[in-house]
Design a protein around this ligand. Structure first.
Ligand code: GDP
Ligand code: CA
Length: 326
């Protein structure tokens, strides 16, 4: 079965790790082999200390490859910060973005390969091999090979200005009221090789509980992606990132507010209603009705406490999707 998923960082990665766990635990001689293609958001990408950092791709690779810091949800397990301390001693900026020593190696090798002329797709596929993903039937691809950066227009005592998404999210904890998001390079960005094909040829398309605005929303803005989803013959099933109207972690509510959308599971589904077939919500959000009846609403507990609970949620989403297959 060919499964294609669009994903951001932590929410996407935890869901997809659960999905793999589910697929691998049901696999056996009788199970159909799976082929999972993950289209990752790269709007969070940033250049720091001359190195290209792709936070969502790295969170996906580390989580699926077993190298993630479980406590943080991003970055490497058993990490040290000697390089960052040394950079601080030199007064190098910025200091607000945490980069550990093991994590630095990823950014160094990514930057080296990009400098040698490799595309971000090629780099990502080489990084994914190191984490053993091809052997498990998983491909991770950036949404585009073009540089795309999400910026946030904010206004404070310094006046109105646009800052990089990471500065807003990490440095300011999304507390500066965002007026809007401006995604530099988005309108000219072509989908990375294989992205439209992965949507077109999928048997099932899943939207993990990733941030609807700054993760999935950015991927949907790549020219051609949304049309491919609308035209796809595969059922599209999504999982709400909100439980009882609140993000489980992060600041999806602040992002939704910036685009004028209420922080409810129904409103999030509304962002996808032109291509969504089914939407999984938590029982805490029961009673919601979708503007368009063609999206089937299903309920199930959506808190990913550990790999097993994420596997249960992913299994439920997959069962819904396979039930909808033509
Ligand atoms: P980011 O790029 O690291 O911010 O990660 P994503 O965009 O992939 O996912 C962020 C979203 O995941 C947030 O809006 C969270 O509400 C959601 N999320 C995190 N943990 C859970 C969980 O256990 N259950 C559900 N349903 N959503 C979650
Ligand atoms: Ca992200």
């Amino acid at each position: 079965m060919r499964i294609t998923a669009l994903a951001g960082g932590v929410g996407g990665a935890r869901f997809l790790r659960g999905l793999l766990h589910h697929l691998e635990s049901v696999s056996g001689p009788d199970a159909a082999p799976h082929d999972l293609t993950i289209v990752a958001n790269t709007g969070d990408d940033i250049t720091l200390f001359g190195l290209r950092v792709s936070p969502d791709i790295d969170t996906l690779l580390y989580t699926l490859g077993g190298g993630i810091s479980e406590a943080q949800g991003w970055g490497r397990a058993e990490e040290s910060h000697r390089v960052q301390s040394e950079l601080a001693a030199y007064g190098a900026q910025p200091q607000w973005f945490g980069l550990g020593d093991l994590d630095f190696a990823t950014h160094i090798v990514r930057s080296q390969w990009l400098g040698q002329g490799a595309t971000l797709s090629e780099v990502t596929s080489r990084l994914a091999s190191r984490w053993g993903l091809p052997d498990r039937g998983v491909r991770v691809m950036p949404m585009t090979d073009a540089p795309v950066e999400t910026h946030v227009v904010v206004e404070d005592e310094q006046g109105q200005r646009a800052i990089h998404f990471q500065e807003w999210w990490v440095r300011h904890g999304a507390t500066l009221p965002a007026q809007r998001f401006v995604v530099a390079g988005l309108d000219r960005a072509a989908p990375a090789p294989g992205v439209l094909e992965a949507i077109r040829d999928a048997d099932v398309i899943l939207l993990p509980p990733s941030n609807p605005v700054v993760s999935i929303g950015i991927i949907l803005g790549i020219p051609g992606v949304r049309d491919a989803l609308r035209g796809s013959r595969a059922p599209v099933v999504g999982v709400s990132p909100l439980i009882d109207g609140q993000p489980v972690r992060g600041h999806a509510d602040a992002c939704l507010a910036a685009i004028g959308v209420p922080s409810t599971s129904v409103a999030v589904a509304g962002l996808y209603e032109d291509f969504l077939d089914a939407w999984l919500i938590d029982p805490a959000d029961a009673g919601i009705r979708l503007p368009r009846a063609r999206v089937a609403i299903h309920q199930g507990p959506l808190l990913m406490r550990d790999v097993e609970s994420a596997a249960d949620i992913a299994g439920a989403a997959l069962a819904l999707a396979t039930g909808l297959r033509p």
